[in-house]
Write a protein that binds this ligand. Sequence first.
Ligand code: OGA
Ligand code: MN
Length: 295
Amino acid sequence: MTVAIRQIHPVFTGEVSGIDITSPLTRDEVAAIEAGMDRYAVCVFRDQKITDEQQMAFSLNFGALENARGGNITKPEDRRLAVGMNDVSNLARDGRPLDRDSRQHLFNLGNLLWHSDSSFRPIPAKYSLLSARVVNPVGGNTEFADMRAAYDALDADTKAQIEDLICEHSLMYSRGSLGMVDFTDEERAMFRPVRQRLVRTHPVTGRKSLYLSSHAGGIVGMPMPEARILLRDLNEHATQPRFVYAHAWRPWDLVIWDNRQVMHRGRRYDQRQPRDMRRTTIAGDAPTTAQVTAS
Ligand code: OGA
Ligand code: MN
């Protein structure tokens, strides 16, 4: 089989065919997917009946798995999936939907805000790989916004104004914006804000992108309301329909996105019905603040 990638949105996103990702890949196949990710930023694979072990093995072609510690409030004894798997479902350990007022469920609702995975970590994620195991009957699309196209479309003054800005990201900002503010001291320490550049440069293509996320809640050296207004404006700009691809899930779809080049969000769905989505996350390799931008 030869890997082929067809662009399915005017500015980004490719649908990949001619590959079975449940068995080991050749070097050429891995290279074709990496090249597709650099170009399209989101790659969609259909009909991949994958197990957790196979998903982790496939993911390792693209780097090390990110250590998920400090990214959630789920207690170890409540975890449904093995270490290495991020549970993006609405399910409890017993396989039933979480209670409407369970803290875990409320925290997970943060995934419905535009974000980039792990932007709250000092070294944020490279790729995320999300596999649909059980699809919800109502809603539950995942949307992606191309932050390279969004950056390119900014006017020159705005580009100059934001070029060297550094944002502060924390899970307390994204959850706080939903009114979830009851963090324990331990959680506050775990969710300490980290710094990220607002404009980042892709290490392979050299393209610049806006590095936005609902976790971003402040800008270094800027009064808070001014920072929040700027971030809101940029988010509004970056998530215009022309930059957004909406993925309607079928069972056994797997979608990979490059967190350095896109934001994403889930859409609302019927929380009383199961939605079983499982993610693996590829670790990034450097803090964004170490990045020097060349103009
Ligand atoms: C994720 C995520 C949104 C969704 O997997 O990182 O944000 O639609 N998912 O489940
Ligand atoms: Mn996410």
